[in-house]
Design a protein around this ligand. Structure first.
Ligand SMILES: [Zn+2]
Length: 418
């Protein structure tokens, strides 16, 4: 949900340079010689840590430290014990290996099969692929896992769905998550050194701690390898930012509730899909939640400077809604009738970053003295795109993953990206 507002909407399924012999369409042999295909880049760069002064790494295998741009070999280690990587004085240092590098980026690449351990939020998590250290400030850096997108998806899908869910739900989720990741790799990822975050800001990714190989998630990712959702844009077939959430609460939201208006122009993301199937979701109903108007005003001012134009916010009204009545944007109004608008999901996550109180963007707002009351809450999450609980109910009724995806992303179809 980050950084999309400034980007174009459309992404090619693949470009000529991404075609491989095994996926090239019939007739590819007649292409001119200069169109000789190159291997598809299926690596995705997942941001694990940012703005950190140091990082602890462990690898049971021997490893190499290299410059990914020039291929320069900086050093090597035998593995078996934790390794400290420090960002300080505009350098990347590995004290135990007596390395002191002025370079911007260093890759730690294991020589064997064992995953790499990284300490994230006080806990060691294990990752396939390799680890990239990038200096981002004088005394700060970022840690990224560069990993095959299919390995990444196994961990993402495993974290997204309860294992009791139907296998077709897992397949639909795998295709949606692959579409989301592939979209970001080809849009925002081209403008920065990472493609997606490891948190709910993108897709939750905790590495392979749960060893999900053989799990429903692993099977679903394997079954759907290379498949994404696409739709027929006027310019040709395109993928899109395939948002999904836990339970929509009865009708899906427009992507405009997350990200302004751009994504909402895409038929698969306009929302307004009726979803009676998630009515048994455990968090389908919530509230009321009362928040002080002073707290609301300060939280919005702290996050969005445009709210400093307002005094104490006295009322919050729906500024725009889907045809089914689900709010897309809200209008915040102070005592002098000055107003500022905000997307529904941004309002929710600014007032309750954990999402545990205001659980969705589907609620009715009331004013009660010095407080605003969020009531009649339904659903869990932003409600855009695939509804996981709704999908599971439909899968149990016999719907296939491709049918489920077409329902929640109208005008879309499942296609092979690689
Ligand atoms: Zn639903």
């Amino acid at each position: 949900m980050c950084c999309l507002a400034t980007l174009g909407l459309w992404v090619l399924l693949g470009t000529g340079c991404h075609q491989t012999p095994e996926t090239a369409p019939a007739g590819a042999a007649s292409r001119p010689a200069e169109a000789v295909p190159e291997p598809i880049d299926r690596q995705i760069r997942v941001l694990l840590l940012e703005g950190t002064p140091a990082c602890s790494v462990s690898s049971d295998d021997a490893f190499d430290l290299i410059d990914p741009t020039a291929g320069t070999h900086f050093g090597q280690g035998e593995g078996g014990k934790p390794l400290g990587v420090v960002f300080e004085d505009q350098r990347i240092r590995v004290p135990s290996l007596q390395l002191d590098l002025a370079d911007q980026v260093v890759d730690l690449v294991p020589r064997g099969l064992e995953p790499i351990g990284i300490q994230v939020n006080g806990k060691v998590q294990y990752y396939r692929g390799w680890i990239r250290f990038a200096r981002t400030g004088d005394n700060a850096g970022a840690v990224t896992n560069v990993v095959d997108i299919e390995d990444y998806l196994i961990a993402v899908v495993d974290a997204e769905l309860p294992r009791r869910f139907h296998q077709e739900t897992f397949r639909a989720q795998a295709i949606a998550a692959r579409t989301y990741a592939w979209y970001h790799k080809q849009t925002t990822g081209k403008k920065r050194f990472w493609d997606v975050k490891a948190t709910e800001r993108s897709q939750v990714y905790r590495g392979i701690n749960r060893s999900p190989h053989g799990s429903p998630a692993a099977e679903a990712v394997y079954d759907t390898r290379g498949l994404v959702c696409a739709w027929d844009a006027p310019e040709g077939e395109r993928i899109f930012c395939a948002y999904y959430s836990s339970a929509c609460g009865g009708t899906t939201a427009s992507a405009a509730a997350i990200n302004g208006r751009e994504d909402a122009q895409i038929p698969p993301l306009t929302g307004n899909v009726q979803c009676d199937s998630c009515r048994n979701a455990p968090d389908r109903s919530w509230g009321p939640v009362s928040l002080g108007k002073t707290m609301i005003t300060e939280a919005l001012r702290g996050r969005y400077p445009r709210f400093k134009a307002l005094g104490l916010i006295e009322r919050i009204e729906v500024a725009e809604a889907t045809p089914a009545g689900r709010a897309v944007r809200y209008r915040c109004i102070d005592g002098q009738n000055r107003e500022v608008e905000i997307e529904a999901e941004n309002l929710r996550l600014t007032l309750d970053p954990s999402g545990r109180e205001i659980r969705s963007t589907c609620f009715v707002l009331a004013s009660n003295g010095s407080e605003c009351v969020f009531q009649e809450g339904r659903g869990l999450g932003h409600g855009v795109g695939l509804c996981q609980y709704g999908a599971d109910a439909l899968a149990r009724q016999g719907m296939k993953a491709s049918q489920i995806l077409k329902l929640y992303y109208p005008s879309s179809r499942v296609r092979r990206a690689y």
